[in-house]
Design a protein around this ligand. Structure first.
Ligand SMILES: Cc1cc2nc3c(=O)[nH]c(=O)nc-3n(C[C@H](O)[C@H](O)[C@H](O)COP(=O)(O)OP(=O)(O)OC[C@H]3O[C@@H](n4cnc5c(N)ncnc54)[C@H](O)[C@@H]3O)c2cc1C
Length: 361
């Protein structure tokens, strides 16, 4: 089978890319290894300014005009007239985005995993039956998350990783809370994000600061101090890639011979989006917005060779700032402590706006 654009992964990035391509008459094919679209370890927080236009009100479980930030020395309460962050259920978001892409004309094959990639095509294998198919493509988009096979095919390392751990427990809470508690989370944070009748309790930190095992132990102890008993609950954890090294690549030389590693190339026909590109925030682990924006912009670049890269450049600038802050605060506990307190003070006094901590630009 030959397709114009093959998208690996039906996460928010891959589905956003598929929708735009399909709306412009290209019929992309999305390959998703899971049988059902949407399930993903996630706290489900979306920024109101950045994403609410793309995730309509009916998907919102709870929205919060007030954010509570708790540090060792301060309890800040940041309030804005419109909601700052809302929570969504990832399965509902995935199903909604898949419906939109499908209605526009995209094909989505679920239960198929990309097994091998080579210069002109790739091999997919069906879960269960293990039957295989070869697909060739004009363009390939890697929207296959932090452990991306397309990224590996390009030979790119993923050295900068965050760790996110989430517990989704029953409960109905009114407040959204961020806890900067370096003794538990290093330069990361613990969160309490209420959903409809459940609550996401979790923690994020970069891998160089703490192991996943240590983070989980600390999260359980910290949650106990907040009145939540997590010992018997199911933890779900994943790495979040923030090692951005480009989004459009070529792997062959000028004569068309395949090279060892992909090179960033403004005319290339292989793209990485979202977590596969390492576009999630190193500072907060926020990745839904960068995945959707990079997916949409990749589709536009495929449709029109002269499409401006301004939106991607803005996103990359914000990503770079977050990465530097994460690496900088991760390099020294003292620096991290001071930075956390100063940023919280700045937010309280209105000198720093909450949206500076978001990936939306
Ligand atoms: C604990 C935790 C909490 C988080 N909380 C938030 C939050 O509150 N807000 C936020 O914005 N971000 C959050 N994130 C990050 C966010 O979940 C990701 O950044 C986002 O999902 C990235 O989207 P994506 O489309 O790039 O990749 P993904 O959502 O990871 O989708 C990739 C898809 O590719 C498929 N796939 C992978 N390999 C293959 C293959 N070989 N063949 C076929 N299919 C394949 C996968 O099954 C998956 O469906 C959190 C992450 C974690 C771990």
């Amino acid at each position: 089978m030959h397709v114009h654009t093959l998208i690996v992964g039906a996460g928010p990035g891959g589905l956003a890319c598929a929708r735009i391509l399909a709306e412009h008459g290209r019929r992309p094919l999305v390959i998703e290894r899971k049988e059902d679209i949407g399930a993903k370890v996630c706290a489900g927080g979306i920024t109101w300014g950045g994403l609410i236009k793309r995730a309509p009100q009916e998907l919102v479980e709870k929205s919060f005009p007030v954010q509570h930030i708790i540090t060792r020395l301060q309890k800040a309460c940041i309030e804005e007239p419109a909601p700052i962050i809302a929570t969504v259920n990832r399965i509902k978001l995935g199903q909604y985005m898949a419906r939109q892409a499908g209605e526009a004309g995209a094909r989505i094959m679920t239960g198929w995993q990309v097994k091998e990639i080579h210069e002109q095509g790739l091999v997919i294998e069906q879960k269960g039956s293990r039957s295989r198919q070869e697909i060739t493509f004009d363009y390939l988009v890697g929207g296959d998350g932090s452990n991306s096979r397309v990224r590996k095919y390009l030979g790119l390392a993923s050295n900068k990783m965050g760790i996110g751990i989430n517990y989704q427990i029953n409960g109905d809470l009114p407040e959204m809370e961020w806890h900067l508690a370096p003794q538990f989370f290093g330069n990361g944070y613990g969160w309490i994000f209420p959903h409809g009748d459940t609550v996401s309790i979790g923690a994020y930190v970069i891998k160089t600061v703490m192991s996943a095992q240590q983070l989980q132990k600390n999260l359980i102890v910290w949650a106990g101090t907040q009145g939540f008993s997590l010992e018997k609950e199911q933890a779900r954890a994943e790495y979040i890639n923030y090692d951005y090294q480009g989004w459009r690549f070529n792997k062959s030389d000028k004569r068309g011979n395949p090279g060892q590693t992909g090179k960033a190339d403004s005319q290339g026909r292989i793209f990485l989006i979202g977590d596969a590109a390492g576009l999630a925030s190193g500072l907060t682990g926020e990745g839904i917005y960068p995945a959707i924006i990079s997916g949409e912009e990749t589709a536009r670049a495929i449709i029109d060779d002269n499409h401006s890269t301004a939106v991607m450049e803005k996103l990359i600038r914000r990503h770079r700032l977050h990465s530097r802050l994460a690496d900088w605060t991760g390099s020294s506990p003292a620096l991290n402590l001071v930075a956390g307190e100063l940023v919280t003070l700045g937010l309280r006094c209105g000198i720093i706006k909450f949206n500076k901590l978001e990936m939306a630009v």
